[in-house]
Write a protein that binds this ligand. Structure first.
Ligand SMILES: Nc1ncnc2c1ncn2[C@@H]1O[C@H](COP(=O)(O)OP(=O)(O)OP(=O)(O)O)[C@@H](O)[C@H]1O
Ligand SMILES: [Mg+2]
Length: 374
């Protein structure tokens, strides 16, 4: 059953006589209990889409139902059933107020959603524990570090145990330990409460490790949908690199090349730096076949490795831009409607490591994410 179903959702922004087509008619279907990632470079339209789906921004066109309620006809119904954690704005964060105690914020949130006091206390205690906020409940929000505050915001989005949770870059700014705790927490939400999670991220490893399915968005258009593996497979197949024993012996390498070139599991074979580089459809299935072929011809190898395309390769192929980018803070919305620049666009796809893309973040853009404001 689809818990999020959006058709032709679009949003334009017009300022200073210029119109930005931030989101250009996206279709999104998310099944109950899925963890879905929304992946795209700065300015792609992720936050705008999320703010439309959470009723904070009125679509220019399109329709959607979220958790059984119609986005336009019953926005209150949508709000009751969802949780939303807005994108952090630099060091200051979205939904918390400076001069409250951590515990007050959590209790107030429960009250706002009509969760009983005792039940809220119980849930708050569990969230404090699970999100590593232990010992901070009597602290003022303004005294929290950026990462602690981020975790509090996420706790606030979860206190009322919504059916669907929207998280806009939940782990940006968290240390590696907190990030992996957050992943654990998100997984547990789904496994224990059946919560559907829709999150945006720039972290390719996060998308890969956490999400059942990914939507890749660029310039307001969804350019690909699939599981992380499906997307990676779409790009280029796996790559097997192998060196023939006595690489100086070009004859053996050439012989191996001509043998393998006709193997049904090999799509392409080239010689690079004295080693053979084979493109194959499915690495795990191809490896034993390749080994048997070489063995049968009496050719021995000195090294063999298998690497898979990373999500960054996928991204590069789909959008011509790399998601991997080290530049600090993306462009904020200055109201001019200017397209935020993707600094470092076209950066190299990076190492074809066997593991999926290393964390590559493009920093946090100054997207207005404060709940309730337009
Ligand atoms: N309030 C606004 N006024 C004018 N333009 C806006 C406004 N909000 C967003 N935009 C523009 O819409 C486009 C999409 O922005 P959006 O915030 O959805 O991107 P994003 O994918 O969330 O990017 P990031 O990764 O930087 O958070 C951008 O070109 C942005 O400048
Ligand atoms: Mg954003």
């Amino acid at each position: 059953m689809a818990i999020i179903e959006a058709r032709g959702l679009a949003r334009d922004f017009t300022s200073r006589k210029r119109t930005v087509h931030a989101v250009r008619g996206v279709d999104i279907t998310v099944a109950d209990g899925e963890i879905v990632g929304f992946l795209g470079p700065n300015g792609a339209g992720k936050t705008t889409t999320l703010r439309m789906l959470t009723t904070l921004l009125r679509p220019t066109a399109g329709t959607a139902t979220v958790a059984g309620a119609d986005l336009l006809g019953d926005p209150l119904g949508v709000r009751k059933r969802i949780g939303f954690v807005p994108q952090a704005i630099g060091q200051t964060q979205g939904g918390t107020s400076d001069n409250s105690l951590v515990i007050e914020e959590l209790l107030d949130q429960g009250t706002a959603y009509r969760v009983g006091r005792e039940e809220t206390r119980r849930r708050a205690a569990a969230l404090i524990d699970q999100l590593d906020l232990g010992g901070l409940d009597q602290r003022y929000v303004k005294t929290l570090s950026g990462g602690q505050r981020r975790r509090l915001e996420i706790a606030l989005g979860l206190v009322h145990q919504p059916q669907v949770v929207f998280l806009d870059e939940p782990t940006t700014g968290l240390d590696p330990q907190s990030r992996s705790n957050m992943w654990e927490h998100i997984r547990r939400l789904r496994s224990e409460l059946g919560t559907t999670i829709f999150l945006t991220t720039h972290y390719l490893d996060e998308a890969d490790a956490l999400c059942d399915r990914l939507f890749v968005i660029d310039h307001g258009v969804i350019v690909a949908v699939g599981t992380p593996d499906e997307l990676k497979r779409r790009v280029s197949g796996d790559v097997v690199t192998l060196s023939v024993n006595g690489a100086a012996n070009r004859g053996a390498t050439a012989e191996a090349k001509s043998l393998l070139a006709v193997s049904p599991v090999v799509r392409e074979v080239i010689v690079a730096d004295g080693a053979l580089r084979l493109t194959v459809e499915h690495g795990e299935e191809a490896l034993p076949v390749l080994l048997r072929t070489l063995d049968g011809a009496g050719i021995t190898m000195s090294a063999i490795s298998l690497s898979r395309p990373t999500l960054d390769d996928v991204f590069l192929t789909l959008t011509g831009r790399s998601l991997r980018d080290d530049s600090p803070g993306g462009a904020g919305h200055d109201g001019t409607g200017d397209e935020p620049e993707l600094a470092g666009a076209g950066a190299s796809a990076g190492g074809q490591a066997a593991t999926a893309g290393t964390a590559g973040t493009v920093g946090t853009a100054g997207t207005a994410g404060t709940a309730g404001k337009e």
